[in-house]
Every structure is written in C-alpha cells, then in structure tokens.
Design a protein around this ligand. Sequence first.
Ligand SMILES: Cc1ncc(COP(=O)(O)O)c(C=O)c1O
Length: 395
Amino acid sequence: MIWYPYEQMKTMKPPYEIVDAEGVYLYTKEGDRMIDSISSWWSVIHGYKHPVLTEAVKRQADVFSHVMLGGLTHAPVQALSDKLADWLPGDLDYCFFSDSGSVAVEVALKMALQFNVNRGDRRRTVLALAHSYHGDTFKTMEVGDDEDYHFAFGEKKGVIHIPTEISALEEAFLQYHGELNCFIVEPLLQGAGGMRMYDLAFLKRARQLCDAYDVLLIFDEVATGFGRTGYRFVADEVQPDILVLGKALTGGYIGHAVTVANSRVYQGFYGDDPSLALMHGPTFMGNALACSVAYASIELFESQDYMAKIQRMTKIMHREMAGFSSPKVKEVRILGGCVCLEVHNSAALAGYQEFAKKRGVFARPFLKYLYAMPPYVMTEEQLVQVLSVMKEWFI
Ligand SMILES: Cc1ncc(COP(=O)(O)O)c(C=O)c1O
C-alpha cells in the first residue's frame, strides 16, 4: 500500500492515476487530459517525454545505469560537473551530487558547519528566513520555518529566523555575528512557504554583510534555479558561497541534486589531514542516468533560449492578471515563471483541484496559495487556459 506525501491517509481523495504524459499534458486512466500547471512540483521544465531527454537516458542505460562514486568515476558525472562549473557564475566550481533537494541542502549545511570546524572557528548558528522551506529532513526542517510541515518534531535550536527586510538583516548581523556560521535563503522566491517574493537588494546587502562578518552565504535554488525567478540563477546576480540545485536539474526525469561550493569553501576541506574531509556519500550520488539527462537538459535550456520563453511567460501572466481582483483574493504575485494568488482564507480554495480538472488543468493549491509554475514549453494558448481557470474559480 502506498503512503502518500503530506496527506491524512484516512480522508485523502484518491489521487488521479496517470497512464501517459507528453509535453505539458498528463493523461488519466479515465481518459482525461490535463495541462500540468505546476510541472510535477516545479521540476518538469521541458514538459514530459521530451525526445532529447528520453534519448539521453536510453543511450546511457545501454552503457550502464549506475556505478557508485566511492572509488569509481565515469564520463557522465565528469561531463556534468565540468558543464556546471562552466555554466555557473564565478568560482562556483565544486559539485557534490546527491539524490534529492533535501539531502543537497543537508550537504550545504554540513559543508558550512564543518568549514568552520576545520578552521577552528566555533560559530555554529544558522541564519535563515521566516517562512523558509528547505526540505523535510531533520536539519532542513530545523532551518525551515514552516510549522504546517514540521510542527511535530520539537523545538528548533541553532537557527535564527528573520523577515526579508534589510533592517532585520542588519540587526541580526549586528546582534548575532559572533555566533553566525552561515545565512541560508531561497533567493527572491520562497516557494513552499507561500510563494513569497522579495527584492534583490536584500540579497545584495546580505552578500555585503556576510563578507564583512565572515559568514557563508548559501542559496537554496532547488526551486528557483533554471530560470524560475526570471533570472537563470539568482546566483548570477549575487554570488553565494554555496549553491544548491535540484528539481529542474534533470528536467524532472530522475531525482537528483547538486551542492556547488566556491573555491574558498572547497579549500577549507582540502589538505593532508583526512579528518578535514567531507564525510557524506549518498549511494546514488552522480547516478549516470541522472547526470546524462541533466547534461542534455542544460544543453536544451541553452540552445532553445529558455530565458526568452520565461520572459514571454511573465508577460502573459501580467497581461492576463491585469485588472483581476476578488474579495477572496488578498494578493496576486508574479515573478519569472511563477504566478500566485494568495487568498484571505484557505477555505476559499477547497474544491479547486476538481474544478480545474474539469477544465483540463491539473493544479495543487496548498494552504492559502493557488499558484502555477508551468513547464517552460507551454504555449500561450495553454498558459491562458491555466490562468483563465484560476480567475474563473473566483467568479
Ligand atoms: C527550496 C527547496 N529546497 C529544498 C527542497 C527539497 O527538495 P526535495 O523535495 O527534492 O527533497 C524543496 C522542495 O520543494 C524546495 O522547494
């Protein structure tokens, strides 16, 4: 029996059974066709069954699907790490692979904490954002700030949460710099914490303060990476010391993620003393199928000018949402390839999923947030359909 995520198993509605998926469409067992408006939790940026990605997986599967990275290496993982080192800004060159975003964030936090241990610096407190979500494993829950997900696991220690306001940021550094190890953020767009959007100026100031007080800056771009905010990576604008990518890394084909360190962080582990090494090693890190498809996905992203596609998507979202209002809707937010309608009361979204399905759209609102994060290959007509269904719900 399957135990489904984030659900009360006794009362959950039966999930839709998907028998096929192609482009932006999901096909159900009953023969319904739905546009996936949320890209399978924001990962399937090229749509389903993309011939180039499918071919990359098949080609590698004919060679080998997996060998461990302990004592072994292979061409797909080397090619992907070289590509990422080239593609990512500055000296974000050192790629540690893992099998999910949560684990990759754990690795980022372990890197940051051990970086200080290795240099004999006792500062261990993590600065994080209010409403942040970084995953469901223990340390990521601790730095996260979402009681709806993590209420059952006790008091959070070793973390300080601040709002996305420059004054709060400056105050936190002034007050706590003597104990701060790192500052972790979902840059510009806080996803699971409520599709909250904030300004680049906050991150620029964060970079300055991290430099001034010798605190590591971590960008969790598991959700925001690969164009979702309208920037290829927010790291292109403000460079963190450690960058975490997941979700869209493989175009949604295979669960995989990467924690990328700059040379200063890498050098903090480098030396003759074995005890300085990073003691982490997921069984499936650098999986050959995942690396092959991730490489093909990045090539597609570049060759098909995805940034232009995302800009076009943002324009359509603004155009379609212009003038929309409802007494039930508190705010409409748009950034890059993300649109969110926040309602005053979560009850206002009860029944939306069925409503949308009847109109050919798959959506999954949560709490007070009705949102879309479409695959970037969505046509104008399909996107207008998604946005129209969202608006129609409130009429
Ligand atoms: C910002 C962020 N970090 C980390 C994660 C965790 O990724 P995963 O679900 O692959 O463990 C998520 C998942 O939604 C996320 O949005």
